[in-house]
Write a protein of this length. Structure first.
Length: 450
């Protein structure tokens, strides 16, 4: 690994015989104060921020010559997910596909890649006081050791890639990955999920792609690593740029993947209006999906209490899933401004794998059901654990969640490499006009535990 360093109640009471009345009075007073102040609320206990690391310096330190001009962009995007690294305050994180944005040309949005040579990376961080420090990094590479890049894979399926100003088309890259969730296996290898195919990616401890598991019928040919069609074909209907995002590792080693958004089934309008998405269970031992579950979002105005004007259901996303023992998960429902964590249990009677909802000719589709339970769909029951939206000090666009201990979560935001959309993202010299949003790790204490 190449290190890069950045700057920067419940109260138990027991009263013995003979305790003075003044002491008893103090206990009573304290109890009264607790009762009148209301129940304990979740709160931020620690905040740390990643300093400025030039993206070219970071990338070329891992794979020399990959970035010739970083356009003033700093390392960011590592908030795509966060996973405990074993030692206190240390975590594994993963970047997404790299700096990217959207610019309208002739009324149509174009996807821009200002630093097309950027290679997605696994980044190990340590929380040191108020700073997030990069203590190790692993480039994600093909079987022959070449960068996978973050460029779109297939014309007609993925967004066409363009230069920073949307003026020039860029080549597609069949090896490209838009990495999101991350977990580390006992053997030191990593599992990631990707939004393009969508896919589940197994990566060696040194970052080489060992296998990319994609939906049946994708026909992703020419990649410089093994591609295995092992996921349900219905996932081919994933919404553009909304593939697999959350990833958890259960105690038995199985993986649980979350679709960020409802499938576009039978069409994009149905997907945008839907509140029904899916979780999938994958066995690394069998190299196969072994279960699938229907998950239903709360209404967008319930999830996002930060912005009362938000009424667009398509803004709902799952960005993180966290295993918390047995078959129980925390599932993060979010918009860009708010996030809520729900507890679910993966039960056998909720498995819909291989049934009618995996058949893209079923009408109405799972995504079109306003009340899936009444249609016989065993939707996962859920219980709200915490609403992060109203918690002071929690940043927007939380994409990574990790369990620190019984009472504490670590959450991390995706700062999009400091990029914004539109032609104003870069100045006349082609240098980034930074948004000022920093990558931040925040510890949140939950009064009733996880």
């Amino acid at each position: 690994m190449s290190p890069h360093v950045a700057g920067k109640q419940h109260i138990h009471r027991s009263v013995a015989l003979g305790v003075p009345l003044a002491v008893l009075a103090a206990f009573v007073t304290a109890g009264t104060a607790d009762a009148t102040s209301g129940p304990a609320q979740p709160r931020v206990t620690h905040t740390a921020t990643l300093g400025d690391i030039p993206l070219g310096t970071f990338s070329n330190g891992l794979l020399p010559g990959t970035v010739d001009d970083d356009r003033g962009v700093h390392l960011g995007g590592i908030g795509s997910d966060i996973y405990p690294a074993g030692r206190k305050g240390e975590f594994w994180t993963v970047t997404d596909r790299g700096p990217n944005g959207q610019i309208k040309v002739d009324g149509k949005k174009r996807r821009t890649f200002p630093v097309p040579g950027f290679d997605p990376a696994i980044v190990k961080i340590r929380v040191c006081g108020d700073a997030v420090k990069v203590i190790g990094s692993i480039p994600i590479t093909t079987s022959s050791g070449k960068p996978v890049t973050g460029l779109s894979n297939q014309a007609g399926r993925d967004e066409a890639p363009y230069s920073y100003d949307a003026g020039s088309p860029l080549p597609y890259d069949v090896n490209g990955l838009d990495t999101e969730g991350i977990v580390r296996a006992k053997d030191g290898s990593f599992w990631l999920v990707d939004e393009y195919s969508p896919s589940l990616v197994h990566v060696s401890a040194r970052g080489r792609v060992l296998a990319r598991y994609v939906p049946k019928g994708l026909h992703l040919t020419g990649a410089d690593y093994p591609v295995v069609e092992a996921l349900p074909a219905v996932l081919l209907h994933r919404k553009t740029n909304r593939g697999l995002e959350g990833l958890a590792q259960l105690p038995d080693g199985d993986l649980v993947m979350a679709l960020q958004s409802p499938l576009s089934l039978p069409d994009a309008d149905a997907g945008d209006a839907s509140r029904n998405t899916r979780l999938l269970r994958f066995s690394p031992r069998k190299h196969a999906v072994t279960a699938e579950y229907a998950y239903r979002f709360d209404p967008v105005d319930v999830v996002d209490v930060v912005d009362p004007s938000e009424d667009d259901t398509s803004e709902l996303k799952i960005s993180s899933v966290v295993a918390v023992g047995g078959d129980r998960l925390l599932v993060e429902e979010r918009t860009d401004k708010a996030a809520r964590l729900q507890s679910v249990r993966l039960t056998r009677d909720a498995d819909i794998l291989g049934g009618p909802w995996d058949d893209d000719t079923t009408s109405p589709s799972l995504e079109q059901l306003d009340d899936p339970a009444s249609a016989g769909v065993p939707v996962l029951a859920k219980r709200l654990v915490v609403d992060l939206g109203p918690v002071a000090g929690v940043p927007g666009k939380i994409e990574g969640v990790a369990r620190v201990d019984h009472d504490t979560l670590a959450v991390i935001n995706d700062n999009d490499f400091g990029m914004t959309d539109g032609p104003g993202a870069f100045d006349a010299q082609g240098r980034l006009v930074d948004s000022g949003v920093k990558t931040t790790v925040v510890y949140v204490r939950l009064p009733r535990g996880i």
